[in-house]
Design a protein around this ligand. Structure first.
Ligand code: HEC
Length: 203
């Protein structure tokens, strides 16, 4: 009889210890992702969160043409995120020297010269000449794998696009950035294709 009561006591203790855990776990699994989604980083919706991320990640520094202000180049708010303006020639500079010695940007910071040749920042607006025809999966491939047009078989993205940093964004952050880009004013601008280097890089 004593043996039985001891066993029952053990069972009771085990039940008291284990029950709260069993009860907690399913709750945690169900609630965490929901809470993360619903908060949008503290912003009222996914697009606003994406706009915030684009702002603090400095996408405009390179993807928005500039106009000259009293303190130097300023963002041209009529052409936000529309990339290197089509038809704008790169300044007449010694490319061989720049390609071998370092990198340089034009005054608009939309064309960049270095050992890779010349890269032009992309049109990220919702126009079809931007990311208008992209699927969310293209955007994730572009940023996570650094692939042109977000197609995994296409060429690698050239410097100075810092995809190696942005690839650390969470899925939800990348989706928010894409949702914001899709919501931007469409601006028609066919950015020139990158130019290969004049010569192989030398020291
Ligand atoms: C330091 C400059 C710089 C910054 C900052 C920058 N980019 Fe870029 N980005 C570029 C350049 C240059 C290219 C073109 C690369 C090429 O042609 O291979 C590019 C290309 C891209 C592409 C590929 C477009 C295509 O057609 O394949 C995407 C998408 C992109 N950028 C998104 C972003 C986003 C989103 C941000 C901010 C989170 C950002 N970029 C910040 C320079 C920059």
């Amino acid at each position: 009889m004593k043996k039985y009561s001891f066993a029952i006591l053990c069972l009771l203790v085990a039940a008291v210890l284990l029950l709260p855990r069993c009860a907690k776990n399913p709750d945690a699994a169900a609630e965490t992702p929901y809470e993360m989604k619903a908060t949008f980083g503290g912003y009222e919706n996914q697009v606003k969160w994406g706009e915030h991320l684009v702002t603090i990640c400095g996408c405009n520094d390179c993807h928005t043409p500039k106009k000259m202000g009293p303190m130097g180049p300023e963002l041209d708010s009529t052409r936000l995120l529309s990339g290197h303006p089509a038809g704008m020639p790169v300044a007449d500079i010694d490319r061989k020297l720049l390609e071998s010695k370092g990198i340089a940007a034009t005054d608009m910071m939309t064309a960049w010269i270095g050992p890779w040749g010349i890269s032009y920042t992309a049109n990220l607006t919702s126009d079809e000449t931007g990311i208008g025809t992209w699927q969310e999966s293209n955007f994730i491939t572009a940023i996570r794998e650094g692939k042109f047009k977000g197609i995994s078989t296409s060429r690698p993205l050239l410097p100075p696009m810092p995809w190696q940093m942005y690839r650390h964004m969470t899925d939800d952050e990348l989706k928010a950035v894409f949702a914001y880009l899709k919501s931007t004013k469409p601006i028609k601008n066919i950015v020139p294709e990158a130019t290969p280097p004049l010569m192989a890089a030398t020291k």
